[in-house]
Ligand binder design. Sequence first.
Ligand SMILES: [Zn+2]
Length: 399
Amino acid sequence: MKVKFEKLIFTFILLFTINLCQSQMVLNGQKVKVPKTQIELVLGSKDRIPIKKLRDQNRSLNTCTNVSNFVPNYDSDMPIAAQNAFNYALDILEDIFVSDVNITLDINWEDIPGNAIGTAGSSFWRANFSFFPEFGKWYPEALTNIYNGSQFNSSADIEVNLDSSTNWYFGTNGNPAWNQVDLVTVIIHEVSHGLGFAGTVFSNGTPSSTTIGWSNLPNIFDPFVEDGNGVQTMTLPNNTQTLLDALTSDDLFFNGIYTNGSNGGAPPQLKSDNPYVQGSSYSHLDDGFSNEALRSFIVTGDAIHDLDILGVSMMRDLGWEVCNDSCPAEMTIANNNELEGNQSFQSAFESDGDIESLQNIQGGIDVIYDSKTSVELLIGFEVNANSNFEATIDGCGNN
Ligand SMILES: [Zn+2]
């Protein structure tokens, strides 16, 4: 993956930027509504047993240590204890995400109105540079930097806003009181949004206000979202009841090959219940994933100090290289009899993944996975229609 993009010449064909810090941004003279993701607060109780999922202490024994470098720029109003908690959360993320380019963050400590205790997003989304793997798709700034091979511009890649009036727990041992919000948990959640875990949907709850895509382009998140019948949400028409119905159908899923592989082979459900809540719906796991960092809310007293395998897998599907230790165990994918005729090189079966490595399938035949929609067979490999085969890959798509 690294080789593929570093070798490209950086010709800037089309330059769009969207600033997620603002609710609207002028894009080529046209105003574009940009969603904010947020995490909402749920008050636990003294009697409830809190969820604790702490950092794996064995991680330091593994090879994945500081495979990226997050560089925070803290609001001067932010308490030192809060900054220390933030640093602790970034240490965890630095053992997961692989980047040769520093990932920079601006952190604002402010009074956020309403139930949201934190919001975050990529500071910029860019599309159609030649160094991107695909045209017609928005990429968050941290990935832009990686594909570019260096920091694209000097602004922070990610903006995080934290509510200064929340009853935070700044400790890093995962022991908030029943009525405290564990800051480390929220940071891991919010920074993940900033790394690209956020779709382009916007709605104020009426059909006419409901859109997906920015300037008619999806971002890296959108193509993975589909309903139970496999209909991609991004294929539905803007400003329609149809789109709003889909977003509130309680029937949207994240269909990615790593993700499915880490979720028992099935796409995990996304938050898509009724009513639609801007910033919460669509861009989070369903509420039922009670111990996952990427659900839409946090319960006081809980501490979730890891993206864990499902979260990491979704980020991997979005295009992030992740360190092996954070990946799912070995997965198997099969062609499901989708082969048509004898094929020697081109697509053999849909994978819906972005895997770039040589692997071995049953019988010792190599295949190469290198596109979002197909698995290509190596030259010289022929297979008959309707023949079954399976490919076994490790959770990071590596050999
Ligand atoms: Zn969120």
